[in-house]
Design a protein around this ligand. Structure first.
Ligand code: ADP
Ligand code: MG
Length: 493
């Protein structure tokens, strides 16, 4: 071998060694990364655990808070607001009524022609309009003007098959899904905004007066005859269809629950005695908080950076506005500390709320062998390309952890309500049917979530009550419910 050849061979060998070392180092590094990423997820999973014993503690805490909130104003994180609804629909409601549903990303206006016991719902129509985001943080006049204009347009476009008796004013059930201190069935002041709304001048103001003024400015002749929220609307709509409905739960952008309470079990109620002996309570359960809640550092950071730190803690762990964001936060940590997506942290991943819950649910529901949907979502939303199958599996698992915790906590909340109502056990061998009307985009579309919720509730109830407690999807029962309540509180009755 000549000198040149020897040198070349030595260089080649050295290069090969270096390359091999690089590969080994890369493998080790990659192994280290995986181990670190796995540790982050494992730790998160551990903190999110919701064994049945813990769920029962949470349900008990919910019951305790319900009692405290009913005892006195400000007695609990749960406001347990009196709705002034003591007569849920019976089926006798008759005439043309309207509903306006405001409380999330869209608002909806609806008209329904009711035909009493025989005619039932003769005809209904609705339109859905999205709320421009600048109106969610502007002034209450701007928001109400926008809504009243849409409402006026809806009325102008009414067809011949809806009939308003001559000389009568149109009547509206207003579903306003934010905490309101009710002063009568058709008036109430806003306590605070939730779900990303923040309009300072509306807090403490009468929301019906605000809407009424805006309708007047639009030249719209319409009276608000009932002010409710989506849970009460859902409860009313559910009851109209099924008389065993005694509670309603919303799992959408936010979350809340309402149920029928015995009037004499509400110490803080000093109003006129309820004819039915019952009163619907708007729990505002989103604000529930308990030391038993399995919260993580990601929840705490999300809360601290939110528009309403310290508030709506239960809602922030179970509802649609937040689940995707929790997943994003864990992924971000994995990217930063374990280089989960390579050496640089994908810039998009740092943007709060970029990963929305519908996208999370699409990934979670991906059944393709190569998790194609997960790959596509990562690319489209976060601009993360060429992810491995292993990475995608990790992400599905992460979605599962966040969704399961939310679903199981929701089930615990429902179990707490059933306990408060004394419907968590069989009394004197008598099995009363209990139906919970459920609505909201999260519950409706996130099947893994709703299945987990129902399975967990069954687990909590036990064998004996399995077939007497039922969760029923009330498909937009809230709108019809509000119109029904406008009918049962009509000025013409
Ligand atoms: P809102 O709560 O705003 O009144 P909805 O009840 O329709 O309206 O709920 C909408 C919310 O439901 C969205 O903000 C989202 O969090 C959730 N959602 C909608 N579609 C899906 C989906 N496919 N998977 C999971 N969550 C969804
Ligand atoms: Mg809604």
């Amino acid at each position: 071998m000549g000198k040149v050849a020897v040198t070349a061979a030595v260089i080649c060998a050295a290069a090969a060694c270096a390359a091999a070392a690089l590969v080994v180092r890369h493998r080790m590094r990659s192994k280290g990364r995986w181990a670190r990423a796995m540790a982050i997820v494992k730790e998160f999973e551990e903190k999110c655990r919701t064994p049945i014993a813990k769920l029962k503690q949470i349900a008990d805490a919910m019951t305790v808070e319900m009692h405290a909130g009913l005892a006195s104003e400000g007695g609990s994180k749960l406001k347990m607001l009196i709705s002034y609804v003591d007569n849920l629909p019976t089926g006798d409601e008759h005439g043309l009524f309207y509903a306006l549903d405001l409380g999330g990303t869209n608002f909806r206006v609806l008209r329904v022609q009711l035909g009493g016991k025989s005619g039932r719902i003769i005809k209904q129509e609705f339109v859905e309009v999205s709320i421009p985001s600048h109106l969610m943080v502007g002034t209450s006049d701007a928001l109400f003007n926008y809504i009243a204009a849409e409402l006026a347009k809806f009325v102008r476009e009414e067809g011949q098959d809806f009939h308003l008796p001559l000389g009568r004013q149109r009547e509206l059930g207003f579903t306003f899904s934010f905490p309101v201190m009710q002063t009568s069935i058709a008036s109430g002041t806003l306590i605070k905004w939730t779900k990303g709304f923040s309009i300072d001048d509306a807090v403490g103001q009468d929301v019906v007066a605000g809407l009424t003024r805006a309708m007047e400015r639009q030249g719209l002749e319409m009276r608000v005859s009932a002010l409710v929220n989506d849970t009460i609307g859902t409860l009313a709509g559910g009851r109209y269809l099924n008389e065993d409905v005694v509670a309603a739960v919303i799992l959408g952008t936010g979350s809340n629950a309402a149920y029928v309470e015995r009037a004499h079990a509400i110490p803080k109620w000093h109003g006129p005695s309820s004819k039915s002996g019952e009163m619907v309570i708007n729990m505002e359960w989103g604000n529930f908080k308990s030391s038993h809640l399995p919260l993580t550092e990601y929840d705490r950071a999300m809360d601290a950076e939110s528009l309403n730190p310290g508030e709506q803690i239960f809602e922030k762990s179970i509802s649609g506005l937040y689940l995707g964001e929790i997943v994003r936060r864990v992924l971000c940590r994995m990217a930063e500390e374990a280089a989960f997506f390579g050496d640089i942290v994908p810039p998009k991943l740092k943007i709060p709320f970029i990963l929305r819950t519908p996208e999370m649910s699409a990934m979670h529901h991906d059944t393709s062998p190569d998790l194609r949907v997960v790959g596509a979502k990562l690319k489209d939303i976060l601009e993360i390309c060429n992810t491995s199958l292993r990475t995608r599996k990790f992400i599905v698992e992460l979605c599962n952890i966040v969704a399961s915790r939310g679903a199981r906590l929701s089930a615990a909340g429902i179990f707490g309500i059933l306990k408060k109502m004394g419907r968590d056990t069989v009394k004197d061998g008598e099995k009363r049917r209990t139906v919970i009307a459920m609505d909201g985009g999260l519950y409706e579309h996130y099947t893994e979530f709703s299945n987990c919720l129902e399975n967990t509730l069954r687990e909590l109830l036990g064998e004996e009550l399995l077939d007497s407690v039922l969760v029923e999807h009330s498909n937009d029962g809230s709108g019809i419910g509000a119109a029904l309540l406008a009918a049962s509180h009509s000025q013409y009755l």
